[in-house]
Design a protein around this ligand. Structure first.
Ligand code: 2HA
Ligand code: ZN
Length: 265
C-alpha cells in the first residue's frame, strides 16, 4: 500500500537509524489532505475525541497524522496503527481521532506545541504542513559549549559548510532549557516560528523543524545536524580558515538567497 503511512513511517525509521530519536524521543505531526486521509480511513468517522484548553480555532477542519505519546519511532514502520494516529481538529477545543492509537493511546505530549507551531508557520507560509521534533546528538552537544544565542549558533552553523546558508537562510533559533510538554515552551517555540524561523533548538534537548514536505524537513534536520557535527569536530582545535562573511554574501548573491540579516552584516 503506497499511502501517507508509508511515507511517514519511512522518515521516522530514517530518523531513528540516525540515533536522533532514541526510545520514545521525538514526535511528528503532518497536515493531511482529505484525499490522503481517505487512503487510510473514513475521514467522517470518529473513534474517540480529546479536549484541549488552548485555542485551536486557526486549525479547525485540518487533518493531522501524529506520533503517539510514549511511542518509539523505531516501532512505527512495523506497527503504524498502535504508534500513530490520524486526527481532525473538529472545534476550537476538540480533536477527533479517525484512525490509529489502536491500543488506547493518544497523541504526543508535545501536540499543543506542534499546533502552536503549525498555526504560526501557516500564517507565514500557506504551503506549510509538517513539524518534526527530534534529538540530534551534535546539536544537543553544541548547546553545552555554545552561548544560547540564535545569532551566534546561526553564524557558526552557516560557516561550517557551504550548504548551510543555502538550506536554512533564515537561520536557526535557540531557546534556553525549559520543561518540555508544557504551554510555556510551546508559546516560546511558536514565537520563534512567527519570527520566520523554520528550525528551533531547545537547549540540552533537541531540535524542531518545520516545512512543506517530508523531504524538506528531513533535509533541514540533516543539514543542521551535519553542520553541528562539523562544528564539534573542529571545536577546541586551531582553526586555520573557515567560510568568511564575504564568501557567505557571495554565495547568497550567486544563489539569490534572502538570508537573515544581522548575523554576518
Ligand atoms: O516525545 O521528545 O520532547 C518525547 C519528546 C519530548
Ligand atoms: Zn524531545
Amino acid at each position: 500500500m503506497n499511502n501517507v503511512i508509508n511515507e511517514v513511517t519511512e522518515i521516522l525509521s530514517l530518523l531513528y537509524k540516525h540515533n536522533w530519536d532514541e526510545r520514545n524521543g521525538g514526535n511528528l505531526s503532518y497536515i493531511l489532505t482529505e484525499e490522503e486521509v481517505k487512503t487510510v480511513c473514513d475521514p467522517f468517522k470518529t473513534i474517540r475525541s480529546f479536549e484541549y484548553d488552548f485555542d485551536m480555532s486557526y486549525l479547525i477542519g485540518k487533518y493531522f497524522i501524529v506520533t503517539g505519546t510514549g511511542k518509539y519511532f523505531k516501532n512505527c514502520l512495523k506497527d503504524p496503527e498502535n504508534n500513530l494516529g490520524i486526527l481532525k481538529v473538529s472545534s476550537a477545543h476538540k480533536v477527533d481521532l479517525l484512525w490509529g492509537y489502536a491500543d488506547g493511546g493518544k497523541m504526543t505530549s508535545e501536540f499543543p506545541t506542534h499546533l502552536m507551531c503549525h498555526t504560526e508557520r501557516l500564517k507565514l507560509d500557506p504551503g506549510h504542513r509538517l513539524v518534526i521534533h527530534c534529538h540530534p546528538t551534535n546539536i544537543i552537544a553544541m548547546t553545552h559549549v555554545c552561548p544560547l544565542d540564535s545569532r551566534f549558533i546561526t553564524e557558526k552553523l552557516w560557516k561550517m559548510q557551504t550548504e548551510s546558508i543555502v538550506v536554512f537562510p533564515e537561520g536557526v533559533a535557540i531557546l534556553p532549557w525549559m520543561v518540555c510538554g508544557g504551554n510555556e515552551i510551546g508559546v516560546a517555540t511558536a514565537q520563534k516560528m512567527a519570527e520566520g524561523y523554520r528550525s528551533v533548538i531547545w537547549a540540552h534537548h533537541g531540535l524542531s523543524c518545520t516545512g512543506k514536505t517530508l523531504d524538506e524537513v528531513y533535509g533541514l534536520i540533516e543539514t543542521i545536524e551535519k553542520a553541528a557535527e562539523i562544528y564539534l569536530k573542529v571545536f577546541g582545535k586551531e582553526i586555520i580558515q573557515s567560510i568568511t562573511d564575504k564568501q557567505l554574501k557571495d554565495l547568497a548573491t550567486a544563489f539569490n538567497i534572502d538570508y537573515r540579516k544581522g548575523i554576518i552584516d
